[in-house]
Each structure stands twice: as C-alpha cells, then as structure tokens.
Design a protein around this ligand. Structure first.
Ligand SMILES: [Zn+2]
Length: 329
C-alpha cells in the first residue's frame, strides 16, 4: 500500500503578525478579516485571518525548491515561485517550451511529467484562442488548505490594531522646506494582530504522478513507480519545512511574527481520514474518539506544548511513518 492520507490540524499562537494583508488605502495597510460565528451563541465577529491561498503559496514555494533539490522536474515559472500554472497557451508555451498536445489526456500528462508543483498543487487551463483542440483542462490539487482563524474561545477577544511607523528624513537634502510635512517625516500604518490561530493541511497522495481529467483513463501513471514515490516523499518533506521554518505569509522582513505552537494532531492513514477541527478546544479528544470508531490503519501523532516531545520531534515522527508507508516498508 503506497498511497497515504496525511491530515494535520493544530493551534498556533502568533503574536504581532502581518502575515496576510489585503489592501492599502493611502498610507494605511489593512490586515485580512473574515466573519466567524461563535458556536452556541451564534454571534458573528469580524476577526483577523490568514487565507488558504497564503498557505498554499508558501507550501508550493517550498515544494518547488525541494523538488529541484531532489532532481525532480519543475517548470520555468513554478521554479521561480510564480504560480500561473498553465493558465493559458502563452503560459504553457513559456513554461514547457513544447507544442500544445491534441487531447486532454496528453495535455495533462505533459504537465504532470514536467512540473511537480502542478502535479501536486493542480492547475487550471483555459485556451482563450480559437482553433485549438484542448480548450479547457483542470487538475484538482492533491493538497488541501484553508483559512487560519482565531480559535473559538478567543473570538471575542481578538483585535486588529494599526501601528504607526515613520520614515524620518528631515535635515537631509532630499526634503525641501515646503515638503517637510509630507515627506520629511513620512508616516504609515500597518495593521497587526495577535491570536491563537487554527491551522489545517491535508495531503492525499492517490493521484500524485497520475492522470485525473479523462474519466475512463483516470489513475494512469505518467512517470515511473519510483519517481511517484519520490514525489510523494518530497510533498511530505515540503510540508515539514513549511511548518518548522514558518515558510508562509507576507511582510516577514519587518513584521516577523512571534510564533509558538500550542498543539497539533497528525493522522497518517492508508485512506481518507481527516483530523477534527481545531477550532474547538477538545479537538484532540475528538480525534481519539473518531479513531475508535473509524480506522483506516490510522496512526495519530499528538503534540502538546507542555508534553515531553518537541514540536519538531512529533511532526517528523509522523512524516517518517508516512514515508515508510509510501516506500512499502
Ligand atoms: Zn509549473
């Protein structure tokens, strides 16, 4: 059995973060906010959040690097962290430098064989031009992420706060007397937040290295058995790096947040088995109870901040288990 389902849910306290900004209005940069409803009371709060797209971007940057390190193919754009992902003919030509395949099956095969990021993270192609055989093609991502939101108990306490910063240039030749107010001491605001956030990530390896779009041929391997295993392992190792090195989110050169993991549960299974939502305080118990009822050769790896093992130790144990299953050991 070399297919695995890897499910991660956790709670992470992130202080003074500006990881997901949505727009700037003049000199004011806004943090993303989403509506979240409190269980039982059914009151809605607008709270700071970090989008799944932010996590997916970070993950795919690490994935591209890991793939290249392991001599696996990544297209020209994905290897630079630009995830246009075969969106139209021009992008396809630039990324792969090959002629357009004549049918959907060959089209998907070409992309899978030449780009690990699009194999694992999916793509969406639309031709935009007449006279081509393949007009639309999509591949669903093999990994799943979602919004990081404050946990249930914290919803009513979380705030977003604009912080004032200034760039001081008075007394230099670059600022004239008239400009003093505007440019001599330029001020700007960046919204920051601090919250215990939820974090979710699932990886289903079933279709990695295999076609999906043409129904009667779905599951056809595109690369060798050995390379498929290698791609699955790279997908897992990229996730470990993403978490251990906090490789997601924006504005980190000047707003590097203070990050501390509170708890997490990883489930490694032979079939689909997702860890219950960490939005609820008792999610670890819920996971244990779920495993009593539903078991797909599922093994749980649980981290608690006050436990004996470190965050990295528990995470890497889970990754090791998943790797062994992929290698058929
Ligand atoms: Zn690519």
């Amino acid at each position: 059995m070399s297919n695995i389902f890897f499910s991660f849910r956790g709670r992470v306290v992130i202080n003074v973060e500006a990881l997901n900004m949505v727009e700037s209005i003049g000199n004011y940069v806004k943090h993303r906010r989403v509506p979240v409803i409190v269980p039982e009371k059914y009151v809605t709060y607008m709270v700071p959040a970090i989008s799944g797209e932010t996590i997916a971007h970070g993950y795919q940057v690490v994935l591209a690097e890991k793939a290249l390190e392991n001599n696996l193919p990544v297209c020209k754009l994905c290897s630079k962290g630009i995830f246009l992902k075969s969106t139209n003919i021009d992008v396809f030509n630039y990324s792969f430098g090959s002629t357009l395949p004549n049918n959907e099956f060959d089209f998907e095969k070409t992309i899978i064989s030449k780009c690990v990021v699009e194999d694992i993270g999916g793509f969406l192609y639309a031709a935009e031009k007449r006279g081509v055989k393949v007009k639309n093609l999509k591949r669903t991502s093999n990994f799943y992420v979602g919004y990081m939101v404050p946990v249930a108990e914290a919803l009513s306490n979380v705030v977003v706060e604009p912080q004032l910063h200034s760039r001081y240039a008075l007394g230099t030749q670059f600022v004239s007397r008239e400009e003093r107010e505007a440019r001599g001491q330029m001020i700007y605001y960046v919204e920051l937040s601090s919250a215990p956030y939820t974090f979710s990530f699932d990886l289903d390896t079933k279709y990695i290295g295999k076609t999906t779009f043409t129904v009667d041929k779905a599951g056809t391997p595109v690369v060798s058995e050995e390379e498929i295993k290698k791609r699955k392992i790279v997908a897992l190792e990229a996730f470990a790096d993403l978490l251990i090195e906090n490789m997601f989110g924006a504005k980190k050169t000047r707003f590097l947040p203070v990050v501390e993991w509170e708890s997490f549960v990883v489930a490694v299974s032979d079939g689909v088995w997702t860890v219950p939502s960490p939005f609820t305080n008792k999610y670890i118990d819920n996971a244990l109870k779920k495993k009593e009822k539903i078991d797909r050769n599922t093994k749980l790896y649980i981290y608690r901040r006050n436990g004996e093992k470190s965050f990295e130790e528990v995470l890497l144990e889970a990754i090791e288990d998943a790797k062994k299953r992929i290698m058929g050991q």
